[in-house]
Design a protein around this ligand. Structure first.
Ligand code: BES
Ligand code: MN
Ligand code: MN
Length: 456
């Protein structure tokens, strides 16, 4: 058998070339003009799986982008590993901030640049490359491997969860692995052991039937922009805690072990703010920066629109105002409870002359992993092999909505192997992925197949 190290030194150019092909297709799920590109990406993946000897097909997903399903030639009696990833990417604007074109990937100083390099085509491809390696070997591990790759992760919605619910037989598995989270820091290989959930809303306030002259009507007609600011401004108290009654009821305090673990992680507040391009920041009182971004729920306004924003002035009372905002939720907080509590909280604050509309854009709960499972040790060994150092177990602030559903519907043996870095500019301009992490990821995945087989 060829060692994976030798395999990679012989095949690095071809693997990079293949990843570049995948990166070149602009699969932006949020924009309908890229619908065709999302389908092309799904087809590219399906064809790739067929080429390496997997069977593969696309599944239509209601109004959304197709799901790519693939499986290795069936080995009776073997355990099954399911690998998840998302082939869709975030929009690229503002385009002018990109130094190289987002969908013309390039390699520069040990990094791959382009939309999707880090989130999630690069990390996802490390698993596909591991499958390619094992399929080229005669004695591949006694393990059935399935892939389920979605094209809607970045634009939320619950289509994927519905798909999983309807296909629990097809997706049945003993273990589940994914790489869609970040390493704690460079040189700190990580297994993600917690994710936050996210609840996204759009609030629209309607005032007068049309824009009004503020000289003639101002002072008597309620201004929706003003009310929107007042209400959203009330969401935090002076300790920057969220004021919806009961919001923290389900939030658990950290156990002494969790606190110990957090203290043990090498986190530098100044470097963190520096990486965000700010000199510092405010947040929930009595919480460290690391707690604020991983173990605590938050509220963020993502965008506000309303009234006149064009050149010069315009003295009006605008007809409407709206805002998009999200809460990050920690494990045990129930997004459905939040939606009900939020709409009640908002309604109580809507004055005479304003109508409100609250749209729920998608919600998911937070997730905590059980570290005592044998597969976690297998994953840690695999990482040690791939990265040359045993991994940290860390909670993450980001959200992968489908993970909670997977663990409920398929298996609690979920392994989140983090390959990206927080500094990769995921969702931003000049997104990149460290090539060394790419190779390390492939080695880890290759080893994981073996380690899982050894658990039997
Ligand atoms: N890969 C990220 C999630 C992530 C990032 C998890 C870093 C852990 C660490 C994923 O693609 C993502 O962007 N998720 C969205 C979810 C939203 C669109 C429902 C998020 O977290 O904002
Ligand atoms: Mn992702
Ligand atoms: Mn993302």
């Amino acid at each position: 058998m060829l060692s994976i190290t030798d395999y990679l030194s012989e095949n690095s150019e071809i693997l990079k070339k293949e990843l570049f092909e995948l990166l070149r297709i602009p699969s932006i799920s949020a924009q309908t003009e890229h619908e065709e590109d999302c389908r092309k990406t799904a087809e590219w993946l399906r064809d790739y799986f067929l080429k390496i000897g997997f069977s593969s097909q696309l599944f239509p997903v209601s109004t959304n982008h197709p799901m790519v399903y693939a499986e290795s030639p069936f080995i009776p009696g073997a355990k099954t590993l399911l690998i998840y990833g998302h082939y869709d990417v975030q929009p690229v604007d503002p385009l002018e901030l990109w130094e190289t074109a987002p969908f013309e990937p390039v390699e520069k100083d040990g990094y791959l640049y382009g939309r999707g390099t880090s989130d999630d085509k690069g990390p996802l491809f490390t698993h596909i490359a591991a499958a390619k390696f094992w399929m080229s070997q005669e004695n591949r591990p006694h393990l059935n491997v399935k892939f389920i790759l979605e094209g809607d992760e970045e634009s939320s919605g619950s289509a994927t969860e519905i798909f999983v619910r309807e296909h629990t037989d097809l997706l049945s598995c003993d273990y589940l692995a994914l790489s869609d989270s970040t390493q704690f820091a460079p040189g700190c290989p990580s297994i993600t052991c917690g994710l936050r959930g996210v609840a996204a809303y759009e609030l629209t306030l309607f005032g007068p039937r049309q824009d009004l002259h503020s000289g003639m009507f101002g002072g008597a007609v309620t201004n929706p922009c003003t009310i929107l600011m007042e209400i959203l401004g009330e969401m935090h108290d002076s300790d920057r805690r969220i004021t919806i009654p009961g919001f923290y009821d389900a939030v658990k305090r950290l156990s002494p072990e969790d606190e110990e673990q957090l203290r043990f992680l090498p986190f530098d507040d100044a470097a963190f703010f520096e990486s965000a391009g700010v000199s510092g920041g405010i947040g929930e009182a009595d919480m460290s920066v690391l707690e604020r971004i991983t173990t605590r729920p938050t509220f963020d306004i993502n965008g506000i629109t309303g009234g006149y924003q064009g050149e010069g002035g315009k003295t009006i009372i605008p007809a409407k105002a709206s805002a998009k905002f999200t809460f990050r939720l920690v494990p045990n907080q129930d997004p459905e409870w939040l939606t009900a509590a939020l709409s009640h909280w908002l309604e109580e604050r809507i004055p005479e002359g304003i109508e409100m509309k609250l749209d729920v854009e998608g919600t998911s709960g937070g997730y905590l992993l059980d570290l005592d499972r044998p597969c976690m040790k297998a994953a840690a060994h695999a990482m040690e092999f791939g990265f040359g150092r045993s991994p940290f177990f860390v909670r993450e602030g980001g959200s992968i909505p489908i993970v909670a559903a997977f663990s409920k519907l398929l298996t609690p043996n979920v392994m989140l192997l983090a390959y990206s870095q927080k500094t990769d500019n995921a969702h931003g301009p000049n997104e990149h992925f460290c090539l060394t992490d790419f190779w390390r990821g492939i080695k880890t995945n290759v080893k994981l197949w073996q380690e899982l087989t050894a658990l039997d």
